[in-house]
Design a protein around this ligand. Structure first.
Ligand SMILES: [Zn+2]
Length: 468
């Protein structure tokens, strides 16, 4: 197939070029003025942008949370991802406390089999594990781990555990991702709020202030400095945490940062509205000024990637633990936290290109190339170089697409962006050379997606080793 006449945007830059996709599902060549070969299908991309498929480094498909479960499974979530231009996800294996992590990873691989796009896995640890477990996971292509500094009842690990796992990860060439909020302090603030009868949804934000995200971020950075581990801070939501990350980078800590569209496009006032439950995520939405800092961080390279933390719950499931009646008492601690997002990331961030906040090259770097680089998928994913997987998006910069629940394909009955209309949406999406989305219709298949065994970090601790 030849995708001709478009403007290619990738790590090389933005230029008029044609993209030839080989029969092996890989990019064959990218150059201006390619001539169609006999029998070759041609897609006219005149006036369109041609980019590597999106790589979403942070999703939670099908995850059980307390009494409920994330409403997207791997089949529905990856189909929605594809429709929005994302062709790779890396999902978090989240074992229950006490569950064997490798057993959980095996369970996730079965759950993920119906995926319509390629997928990799991160693995969370809730306790110290033998280094052989870390080594076995890396051998299986799970080259990043997650540690939670929050959620004391389910997931949180103490600082000693962090140090031990950072050391093991460093020796095994793995990246440590961290959820940075001070869980013990938050637990006390929540207890105080409930004791004082402050049960409304806004208390979700009041009891998880930016200060406690910054404290945990800076502690994670100090422990990375101590151990020499490479770390990646997920879902940075506030200026305070970003300042801690910048300070750490300046003293040479190997730290990368991710933010998510919800922290760029939504703010804390949503937690005071009538549908407040629908906006609960963790860290919480912040006052508007924080988004300005995050945009500066993206434009200046202090934040490397944009993931979604895709973690949708239906409106009913969000309200299972609350009365939900107008004026009724709503206990904010009972609301499952997480927002839908895997389908809307590219369109939302593209809107920032149109608004002049970031460049088109930044957009592709943040959403496609850098996540692949950070997590050992480069240059197979996130790149249009010859030999890369032909995960290609033809992006129509003028196509309008609603962002309400009724316009979207995620398996959830509400949207954080209800009423918004995006200008810019994919017209064609390829996964390993196969068209899986054409004109907003999904034409792929569940199960087409393959497991991605990811590369470990290189021995010097720099960029991941490529070519695995
Ligand atoms: Zn998450």
């Amino acid at each position: 197939m030849l995708i001709g006449g478009g403007t290619v945007i990738d790590e090389v830059g933005e230029r008029p070029a044609d993209v030839r996709v080989g029969d092996d599902g890989r990019v064959a060549e990218v150059a201006a003025g390619l001539t169609p070969r006999p029998g070759e299908k041609v897609h006219d991309a005149t006036g369109k942008l041609v980019l590597p498929g999106g790589v979403d480094p942070h999703t939670h498909m099908q995850l059980p949370v307390g009494a409920v479960r994330v409403s997207d499974d791997f089949a529905s979530g990856t189909r929605a991802a594809a429709l929005g231009g994302t062709t790779t996800i890396i999902d978090y294996v989240t074992p229950e406390r006490g569950e064997d992590p490798l057993g959980a990873a095996a369970r996730w691989r079965t759950l993920a089999e119906p995926s319509a796009i390629d997928w990799g896995l991160h693995l969370s640890f809730t306790a110290v594990v033998a280094e052989s477990v870390v080594a076995a996971a890396v051998e299986d292509g799970i080259t990043s781990f997650k540690l939670y500094l929050a959620y004391p009842d389910r997931l949180q690990v103490d600082d000693g555990t962090v140090v031990a796992l950072m050391r093991a990860a460093r020796r095994q060439g793995a990246l440590v991702t961290l959820h940075c909020e001070n869980g013990a302090a938050i637990e006390e603030l929540r207890r105080e709020a409930l004791a004082e009868g402050r049960t409304g949804v806004i208390e979700h934000a009041r009891t998880r202030p930016p200060l406690l995200e910054a404290e945990a971020t800076s502690r994670a950075a100090v422990l990375a400095e101590l151990t020499g581990a490479a770390i990646y801070i997920v879902h940075v939501s506030c200026a305070d945490a970003l300042a801690a990350i910048r300070a750490a980078r300046e003293r040479g800590v190997r730290i990368q940062a991710e933010t998510c569209p919800q922290y760029l496009f939504l703010d804390e006032t949503r937690l005071e509205g009538p549908d407040a439950e629908d906006f609960v995520c963790t860290p919480p939405l912040r006052p508007t000024r924080h988004a300005a800092s995050l945009w500066a961080g993206l434009a200046n390279g202090w934040i490397q990637t944009i993931g979604t933390d895709h973690c949708p719950f239906t409106r009913a499931d969000r309200r299972v633990g609350t009365t939900g009646e107008p004026g009724g008492v709503r206990d904010f601690t009972q609301i499952p936290g997480g927002l839908p997002g895997v389908e809307t990331r590219l369109a939302l961030i593209w809107s920032a290109v149109r608004d002049g906040r970031i460049t088109a090259a930044d957009w592709v770097r943040l959403c496609c190339a850098a996540p692949a680089q950070a997590f050992g998928l480069w240059p197979r994913k996130g790149s249009l170089a010859a030999g890369a997987d032909a995960d290609v998006v033809v992006w129509d910069p003028e196509r309008r697409h609603g962002l309400g629940a009724g316009d979207l394909d995620m398996a959830v009955d509400h949207s954080p962006y209800e009423g918004m209309v995006a200008t810019g949406w994919p017209e064609l999406v390829l996964s390993r050379g196969r068209v899986i989305v054409r004109d907003e219709s999904f034409v792929g298949d569940p199960g087409w997606g393959r497991y991605l065994a990811r590369s470990p970090l290189s021995p010097d601790g720099g960029a991941p080793v490529t070519g695995r």
